[in-house]
Design a protein around this ligand. Structure first.
Ligand code: PLP
Length: 478
């Protein structure tokens, strides 16, 4: 196949991408500048070289309404001219922030009673870790010995040192390992493709094994030392859109409850309608991944981000359930954490408008409908490809994992650069498509996958375009 060296020289020859760096910006690569985006509308990003790119991932599952939605623009202008552009949330409340919090807490049937807003997902995770710790310090019978967090292998919860410390993604942790919390450990992810003992291990047995593993980890660190177990209901970038096996989260909840620990769900990537959760009697208009019957249990603390503000402005959130809020209310009476830009009025106004559009346009139904089509068409056109090991996902959140040997699920190695190579190829004419590359899905270091996470308002024709183009990119690459 075209390895990265071949692709690198190709790119160099065409001069279409990855020009030598002349930028003053500290981009990811110090040698090549990324493409210059000059204009965006709907699903498309236009580059300075005239290319028109279909954004099939909305960045990293962020732009849930596509780009430059005029309704959001109008709301922001109104907020900037007639409302409040900034004020410190310590001293002032604003209508936009209050309305956004109400919309989010009521979307949980008020199981979660308070929302705390940050500028990024990583910061929402930091807030969640601190909130969980503060809960145990302020309970009527305080448990100050609870300092340990249990996460999952190959997981990612953010880039700041606290959030990275509860993520089990080995490659992402590697450079900073000595700086990361010693009070964190990891159990296996719930990962159908690679986690089952064999294809014969049925859901029930697999879940029972993972439940026993979590229980054993609680016992190893001392059950009364654990603050919380943290996991994504549908794993995003770290594994490539992996839904949990039905019954898994109920089992994890049982273990947490048994030992009095909290359950934190990270819905930064998979939440806010992204996975098109199925309606139930309790949640006829579900928004959160945990409301899907396959997850079926509510967290104590949850985080949201990405599609919360649709990429219009940086905004993320932590939602907290009543039990925790009550403990703090009867304890110190304050959450002992704060940031300059928390609950930023303009960012929250953007999120409010985005969330109202999702609700009023019933976009989660479209996510379910187009998501089912996306999954069906991807499987139809790529399942038999010799380098496609697995196609998995839910809603408008699909991952394709690549393997060198399908029979034994042999992953690619980091040096192969498969996912980034496929991304680069996709960005070139005639494909002109942006897909999200990920790696580490095998063991945290090896294993490549791509993610597809188009906007919630895509049409059938958009989905057919995405599948047709991605198929041609993959077939050309290998
Ligand atoms: N948690 C998950 C599941 C994520 O996917 C991400 C970002 O990719 C984060 C947390 C961190 O969010 P941010 O990049 O906004 O800090």
């Amino acid at each position: 196949h075209n390895n990265t060296t071949d692709l690198g020289s190709l790119i160099h020859k065409t001069g279409l991408t990855s020009k030598k760096s002349t930028s003053a910006v500290l981009h990811r690569s110090l040698h090549h500048d990324p493409h210059q985006a000059v204009h965006a509308k709907g699903n498309y990003l236009c580059l300075s070289n005239g290319q028109k790119i279909f954004d099939a991932t909305g960045g990293a599952a962020v732009a849930c309404l596509g780009s430059n939605d005029e309704r959001v623009a109008r709301a922001l202008i109104q907020q900037l001219t007639d409302g409040v552009s900034y004020c410190h949330s310590l001293f002032f409340a604003t209508v936009a922030v209050e309305q956004l919090a109400s919309l989010l807490t009521s979307s949980t049937n008020n199981i979660m009673t308070r929302a705390f807003f940050t500028s990024s997902g990583s910061e929402a995770i930091e807030a969640a870790l601190k909130m969980a710790r503060q809960y145990f310090l302020e309970k009527q019978q305080p448990e100050p010995q609870r300092t340990h967090f249990i996460g999952r292998e190959q997981s990612y919860h953010g880039t700041t040192v606290g959030a990275l410390g509860v993520g089990g993604h080995r490659a992402r942790r590697k450079l900073y390992e000595p700086m990361l919390s010693k009070n964190a450990s990891f159990v296996s992810a719930c990962f159908s493709y690679r986690g089952r003992l064999s294809v014969d291990e049925i859901d029930k047995a697999y879940v029972a094994r993972l439940e026993a593993e979590l229980e054993a980890e609680f016992q190893r660190v001392g059950p009364r030392n654990v603050v919380a177990f943290i996991a994504e209901p549908v794993v995003g970038a770290a594994l490539g859109c992996v839904p949990s096996v039905p019954g898994y989260f109920a089992a994890m909840r049982r273990v947490c409850d048994k030992h009095g620990a909290l359950l934190i769900m990270d819905e930064i990537m998979c939440g806010t309608g992204r996975v098109g959760p199925a309606p139930t009697a309790a949640y006829p208009n579900p928004l959160h991944a945990w409301q899907d019957p396959s997850v079926g249990v509510a967290p104590d603390i949850m985080t949201m981000g990405k599609a919360l503000g649709g990429g219009v402005l940086p905004v993320a959130a932590m939602l907290v359930n009543e039990r925790i809020v009550n403990v703090l209310a009867q304890g110190s009476g304050a959450f002992s954490h704060g940031q300059t830009y928390q609950a930023h009025p303009l960012a929250c106004r953007a999120a409010l408008e985005v969330q109202q559009i999702i609700k009023n346009d019933d976009l989660v139904s479209n996510v379910r409908e187009q998501g089912a089509l996306l999954g069906k068409l991807l499987k139809r056109s790529l399942a038999d490809h010799p380098c496609v090991g697995d196609i998995r996902g839910q809603g408008l959140f699909w991952g394709i994992e690549f393997v060198q040997d399908k029979a034994i699920k042999e992953p690619f190695n980091p040096a192969d650069g498969v996912a980034t190579g496929i991304h680069e190829l996709g960005m070139r004419p005639p494909f002109n498509i942006s897909i999200y590359p990920g790696n580490g899905s095998c063991d945290g270091e090896r294993g490549d996958h791509i993610l597809l996470a188009p906007a919630f308002n895509v049409t059938k024709a958009d989905i057919e375009h995405v599948v047709g183009t991605v198929t041609r990119v993959i077939e050309t690459y290998f």
